[in-house]
Design a protein around this ligand. Structure first.
Ligand code: UT7
Length: 335
């Protein structure tokens, strides 16, 4: 049965216990705590120390979300997993996770859309529930970056930023037509793919993986970024897509109670808040503790905001992301 509006019924998260401080990194990379804090706002991130896939953390986050939602795994009709660091290249993390959780043979697929992956996944789940294809969906963002970073001075621009983590939500029908997900807005601009990317293993190369890729000496085997270029686009696209969400719903910046942006750089989020004339108390930032967890950053931050009592019923909450692709997206909710 189709439903008019969906609502986030529960939010969960999972983070590795192992904390890696900036000082820890400065022992293996030419960097300093001062540089990292000033340029990014990051003080520490979590790195899992053992063999662990994105779905291992994702499972813990999913179980937390199911418990918070009061929804049994048997009631889940759809699993979407957002990640750029899947356990294996294919098949999908969503299928692996569904198996680990013990769902029925329901639809399960991945969204590989980097920092915007969680909002893209939310949009898919929302459309499928409203279209009557599912009643309850599990949407997970999970990343294990630490096993794939160039943690040498060559890779320091990216290596110091990323952290491991997972966040999950259960999406279901809203019992109040006034509350829930109001809209999602999704964008992509593939011409800037090379500005932030991981080139190997690539089907356009023959062979896809060269021996040097496996040895770890080839920069193409690691994520690379033109940081300043990405930064400039981020501070343009974030305000655009936040305004787009508000205007679509006949609302203005003054109506926004809480902005939960992707956590790529504290300076980006401060820049965006200042440009929108949004008080910083209305912006959720936790990059200082977790770094950039890509597809997981928004559900992790949402989880934290709920725990801290910053999200209250009836409030207008905006989720917004920008990242590799380039892709950018927003979701507006009346909580
Ligand atoms: O989540 C996906 C979206 N990602 C983003 O939105 C990230 C956007 N970009 C950024 O956040 C910033 O550009 C960075 C934090 C990545 C870099 O900050 P920046 O202020 O743009 O620094 P920069 O790249 O211009 O580098 C300045 C200097 C360079 O040295 P020279 O050429 O001036 O001698 C870098 O080599 O800082 C050097 N540098 C570092 N120094 C110490 C780069 N990384 C590091 C480091 N530690 N980790």
């Amino acid at each position: 049965m189709a439903v008019a509006r969906t609502r986030i019924l529960g939010v969960g998260r999972a983070l590795p216990e192992r904390i890696v401080t900036n000082d820890d990194l400065s022992k293996v990379i030419e960097t300093t705590d001062e540089w990292i804090q000033q340029r990014t706002g990051i003080r520490q991130r979590r790195h899992i120390g053992s063999d662990c896939g994105a779905t291992d953390l994702g499972k813990l986050a999913a179980e937390d979300a199911l418990q918070k939602a009061g929804v049994d795994v048997a009631q889940i009709d759809l699993v979407i997993f957002a990640t750029l660091s899947p356990d294996i290249d294919w098949p999908s993390c969503a299928g692996l996770l569904a198996h680990k959780l013990g769902t029925r043979s329901i639809p399960a697929f991945d969204v590989k859309n980097q920092c915007s992956g969680f909002i893209y996944s939310l949009a898919c789940a929302d459309a499928m529930i409203r279209g009557g294809r599912a009643r309850h969906a599990l949407v997970v963002g999970g990343e294990i970056h630490s096993s794939g970073l160039d943690l040498t001075t060559r890779g320091r621009e990216v290596g110091v930023i990323f952290g491991d983590g997972a966040g999950a939500i259960v999406l279901g029908p809203s019992d109040d037509p006034e509350r829930g997900l109001l809209s999602t807005h999704l964008h992509a601009e593939g011409k800037f793919a090379e500005k932030l990317w991981l080139e190997a293993a690539a089907s356009r190369n023959r062979p896809r993986l060269k021996p040097e890729d496996l040895g770890g000496d080839n920069p193409a085997a690691f994520p690379r970024m033109q940081g300043k270029f990405v930064f400039k686009h981020a501070v343009t696209r974030f305000p655009e897509v936040i305004r787009e969400a508000l205007e679509f719903n006949g609302l203005g910046i003054a109506d926004l109670d809480l902005l939960i942006p992707h956590q790529a750089n504290l300076r980006i989020n401060q820049f965006v808040a200042a440009g929108l004339e949004l008080d910083e108390s209305k912006v959720v930032n936790n990059i200082d503790r977790y770094g950039n967890t890509t597809a997981a950053s928004i559900p992790i931050a949402l989880h934290e905001a709920i725990q801290d009592g910053r999200v209250q019923p009836g409030q207008i909450v905006c989720l917004a992301a920008f990242g590799a692709g380039f892709t950018w997206a927003s979701a507006l909710l009346r909580w």
